[in-house]
Ligand binder design. Sequence first.
Ligand SMILES: Nc1ncnc2c1ncn2[C@@H]1O[C@H](COP(=O)(O)OP(=O)(O)O)[C@@H](O)[C@H]1O
Ligand SMILES: [Mg+2]
Length: 248
Amino acid sequence: MTGPLLQVQGLDKRYGGLHVTRNVSLSLAAGDRVALIGPNGAGKTTLVHQISGVVAPGAGRILLCGQDVTALPQAERVRMGLARTFQITTLAPTLPVQHQVAMALFERENLAHRAWRSLDDYPVLAQEAQALLSQLGLQAQAAWPAERLAYGEQRLVEIALALALRPQVLLLDEPMAGVPQSDGHKLLAALDALPASLAVLIIEHDMDLVFRYARRIIVLAEGAVLAEGTPEHIRAHPQVRAAYLGHS
Ligand SMILES: Nc1ncnc2c1ncn2[C@@H]1O[C@H](COP(=O)(O)OP(=O)(O)O)[C@@H](O)[C@H]1O
Ligand SMILES: [Mg+2]
């Protein structure tokens, strides 16, 4: 295997007097399944915003496949293999989900400038859109407007949109947020079905999911990395237990 796909080095960010990212370094390699956990306000989303290019860091570097992308815009990072989903849903409510996936495919293939014609003109992309939705268990809902899908299913569509970009690194910000417990298994199945070589960083509060899915866990507290290691290591970490996990 070659070097890490994503490297974050000494990232630092302040909002006025609030120090939200404190000298954070982390690294993701192909096939990684990493959970980023920490209490509300720990700075998890802000960290992902900086990695994806939504927010500029105050200091530090972000490297994708060894290349410094700290100053590059979001779209450029996407083209280099970085995709993310958002904590809050970003789907267009009235547009059929297969069209939304197709639009992401058009974007990837640089066909977006041809505006919206018909997927019928692009049978290979139409098939790929179907395959992505099927992979996430959504083949029956492909023609539905997003608003008709259950919230948990909408979150799966967002993962489909991210996967449409054929990323090497996928950042998931609380994909379970707002999803009823009863639909949790669908998300877990979708996560299990992700390409093996993909590097996945998932922010998640559901500790059952975190400990079932992640092979490495990074704990963020007050903007800084408090601990990092295997699930066993994190479970046994006294400071983590005290600060975050309670007495589970
Ligand atoms: N644009 C912003 N301006 C000022 N403060 C912000 C901004 N974005 C986030 N914060 C603050 O930064 C801290 C970390 O927020 P966030 O990254 O959303 O945490 P988490 O995702 O871990 O819950 C919070 O105190 C939040 O209020
Ligand atoms: Mg957040």
